[in-house]
Ligand binder design. Sequence first.
Ligand SMILES: Cc1cc2nc3c(=O)[nH]c(=O)nc-3n(C[C@H](O)[C@H](O)[C@H](O)COP(=O)(O)OP(=O)(O)OC[C@H]3O[C@@H](n4cnc5c(N)ncnc54)[C@H](O)[C@@H]3O)c2cc1C
Length: 497
Amino acid sequence: MNEQEVKNIVVAGGGTAGWIAATALKKGLGDRVNVTLVESDDIPTVGVGEATIPPLLVLHQILGISEREFMSATNATFKLGIAFENWKDLNTKYIHSFGVAGKDCWACGFSHFWIKGMQEGLADEYGDYCLEHLAARENKFAVVANNGLNYAYHLDAGLYAKFLRGTSEECGVVRKEGKIKTVNLSKTNGFIESLTLESQENISGDFFIDCTGFRALLIGDALHTGFEDWSHWLLCDSAVAVQTESVRPPVPYTRSIAHEAGWQWQIPLQNRTGNGLVYCSRYMDDETAKNTLLKHVEGKTLNDPRIIKFKTGTRLKHWSKNCLALGLSSGFLEPLESTSIHLIQKSVIRFMQLFPGNGVKQVDIDEFNRQTKKDVDYIRDFIILHYCVTERDDSQFWRYCKNMSVPDTLKHRLSLFEETGRIFRGEDELFASESWIQVMMGQGLIPKTYHPIVDLMPRQELQQFLNRLKEITRSKLNQLPMHEEFIDKYCRSGERN
Ligand SMILES: Cc1cc2nc3c(=O)[nH]c(=O)nc-3n(C[C@H](O)[C@H](O)[C@H](O)COP(=O)(O)OP(=O)(O)OC[C@H]3O[C@@H](n4cnc5c(N)ncnc54)[C@H](O)[C@@H]3O)c2cc1C
C-alpha cells in the first residue's frame, strides 16, 4: 500500500490521548522512531476525564510510571467501582465494583449459587461476598502486594496531561507549540504528508496520530472518515462540568446519580471534587442542566460550570491510510463506565502490536479496525444496558430508554441471563461476566433460574458455603485501613483544602 518505512511519527494534539500515544510510542520504539507532538496553547484540552478503570495500571507499568509519584502529582484517589444511584428506580442504589464475588465452580459462576441462596432465604446482598464492594461501601482501601484489591484511580485530568508530558519529554518526544492550519495530503495516494501551522511551519511525517479531540482535524476533516451515530441508543449529547471543594474524606468509588434526563457524576480527588451532569438536550435545556447540577453538588464551587457538547458514536475506521485516531477524535461513548481513557490505551497497545515498520499495509489496517470495532461495540452494549434495563418511567427520557429497541447482541445477552442466569465474556472483551452480572442485577434483571449443578449441594451445605465466604470477605475487610488514612501515608499531594 505504501512501502515507505515509518520513522517519523507526528502526534497532533496534547490532551490525554496525545501524551499517552507519544509516551508509549517513544518508550516502546526508542531510537527506531522520532516522535513529534504538536499542540496549541490557545486550544484547551477537554479538561474532563477523571475516572479510570483497572487496566490503566498496566499502561503505567509499561510506561514505567511510579504509582506514588503519579498519584501525588495528579491529586489522585483510589477507585474500587461506581455507585449507581436512582438507576434501577428512584431511591435505589447498587455498586458495580471491580471485584469478583464469592467463588465460581467449573460449570457455573458464584451468582448461580447466590441466586438459589436468595430463593431459599439463605443469602445476603450480592456485594457482601465481594471485598472490593465492601471496601467501597465502608470507605476502606490499601495497596496489598499479591492478591490485593482490584482498583483504578480518580485523577485530575489537567494535571495528568501535564504529568504525562513530563514523562514523554524525558524520553525524547519533541513538543511543538502551534495551531494546525492545514493538513496536506499526497496527490498520489491521499496519505497525509504534513501539517502546516499558522506560523507557516511545516511538520512532515510518515505516520500521523489524530488526537485533536472532538475537532478530528486529520481523520475527519482531512480524510473524511465517516462516523456511526449511536444517539438513538444513547440519547445524551451534552454535559455540564464544575469543580467543588471537598466536604468529606474522599470515598474510593465514583458516584453516578441518575436524574430526570441524564445522570450526574461525582469524582472525589485529594483536594477537590469533580462533578458533572450528562444530559439529553432533547429533554433538558442547558440552563436547566446547569441549575440541576448546581442544586445537587456539595461544597462551594471552584469554577464556573462549563457546557460540553458531544455526539455519541464511533468512526467507521479508527485507522485510515497513514492516520490513527485516538481519544475523542475516534468517537465518543459517555463516561458512565469510565471507558474513554481505556480505549486510548487499548488502541495504542494494538497499534504497537501492528506497528507498520516497513510501510503501511492494508491487512494491518483491516485487522486493527476489526479488533477495535469489537472493543467499542462491547462497551456500547454495556453502557446501553444501564439505560434499557430500568424500572424508571417518571420522565419522557426514561420512558424512551425503557422501551427502545437495543442492539441484537445486547438483546441476546439479556435474554440468556434472564432465562438461565448464564453470561459469557466475548473475545477479548473489556468487561468481565462479573461486571455484567453486577449491573444487570443492580438494574433489576434477576435470572429466573440457576444452573442445575447447584442442586447437587444440599441446602445446609449451601448455607455453610455462603456463610463461610461472607466471613472470609469480612475478615479481609477488617484488615484494611480507611481510604484517606492510606492516601496520607502513601501518596498525599502537597495541595489540600
Ligand atoms: C463530559 C466528559 C466526561 C468524561 N469523563 C471521562 C472519564 O471519567 N473517564 C474517561 O476515561 N474518559 C472520560 N472522558 C473522555 C476523556 O476526557 C477523553 O477521552 C480524554 O481526555 C482524551 O481527550 P483527547 O486527548 O482526545 O482530546 P482533548 O483533551 O480535547 O485534546 C485535544 C488536543 O488537541 C489540540 N488541538 C486541537 N485542535 C488543534 C489545532 N488546530 N492545532 C493544534 N492543536 C490542536 C488541543 O490543543 C489539545 O491539546 C470524558 C469526556 C467528556 C466529554
